[in-house]
Design a protein. Structure first.
Length: 295
């Protein structure tokens, strides 16, 4: 079964509010489900933002909690409607279903206002060239067919559009700390590497993109051992920050405020240890010049 479920933020806000209304009424899942003649598991899935919320279920719950036709009830219905929108990546299920945890990552990335990304040992997906992605996926996922790889490249290209424009919203504000090893980890060919480095320099000129290089000589940090992203949302979109950790086993989500705060502090520390934007671009340029000898 497909894991592509579309916008996760409105589903999470809907679920959190339904749970809050139930707990405020001192009711259990079983009690509400029994009164509304629905399964407890269905109500639990709604409160946990799993699956697509059905308007009829949300309407019945709004009536049950006595918030129908009020601003709060209207908001529940809006979240329900927004949570049913088809994700832009739904047409790429054939490649994304290999890693269903990627669905949540794409949902958060699409809806965030600010992304703070740390990457090692490869360049962040939002900044990869098509050839770099093609060579990287081909090497890391040798079981993929050429057609699947091209589909994955298309997903990368569509993801990158949020750095340039978003309908009705400002482009994503991206700050990425790239470990120095990302620039020297050979991917594909010398030309692919040179083109990728030039693409980084071009991206750094965008007003909403900041690129910083973490020197290999920097002291080890507990959170610089794998790639992770810290997503920040506007107040009217989501009420909390989210961290997504990426490693060879897939993507792992962190939402607990005390844990998220640790990554907030960690990113600030990595910023402190990294080269500033200007020095980072100069360093990228130096690697580009030395490319033939380095690779």
């Amino acid at each position: 079964m497909s894991q592509v479920q579309g916008p996760i933020v409105p589903r999470k806000r809907l679920g959190a509010e339904l749970k809050r209304l139930r707990e405020a009424a001192n009711l259990t899942l079983d009690q509400v489900a029994s009164d509304l003649l629905i399964s407890t598991s269905k109500l639990s899935r709604l409160e946990n933002a799993q699956g697509s919320p059905q308007a009829r279920d949300v309407r019945d719950l709004a009536v049950y909690y006595k918030v129908a036709n009020t601003p709060r009830g209207d908001q529940l219905m809006r979240w329900s409607r927004d949570g049913r929108r088809q994700a832009w990546w739904a047409n790429y299920q054939d490649v994304l279903d290999r890693d269903p945890s990627f669905d949540a990552y794409l949902a958060y990335e699409t809806e965030a206002s600010i992304a703070r990304v740390y990457t090692i040992p490869y360049v962040a997906g939002l900044l990869q060239t098509a050839d770099y992605t093609r060579a990287l996926i081909g090497a890391m996922d040798p079981w993929r067919t050429p057609e699947e790889i091209e589909r994955f490249v298309q997903v990368r290209k569509l993801r990158q559009q949020i750095l340039m424009h978003r309908e009705g919203r400002e482009p994503l504000e991206l700050t990425t700390i790239i470990h120095e090893s990302c620039l020297t980890q050979f991917v594909g060919s010398l030309k692919i590497m040179n083109d990728q480095l030039e693409a980084l320099l071009k991206a750094a000129t965008l007003p909403n993109v900041e690129i910083r290089i973490l020197p290999a000589s920097s002291e080890p940090h507990t959170m610089n051992t794998c790639t992770w992203s810290y997503f920040i949302f506007s107040e009217d979109t989501f009420d909390r920050d989210v961290v997504q950790i990426e490693n060879h086993a897939g993507f792992f989500q962190i939402e607990r405020p005390e844990q998220v705060k640790r990554y907030d502090r960690a990113f600030e520390e990595l910023v402190r240890r990294s080269r500033d934007s200007e020095d980072s671009c100069e360093f990228i340029q130096s690697v580009l010049v030395q490319g033939a000898e380095m690779f």
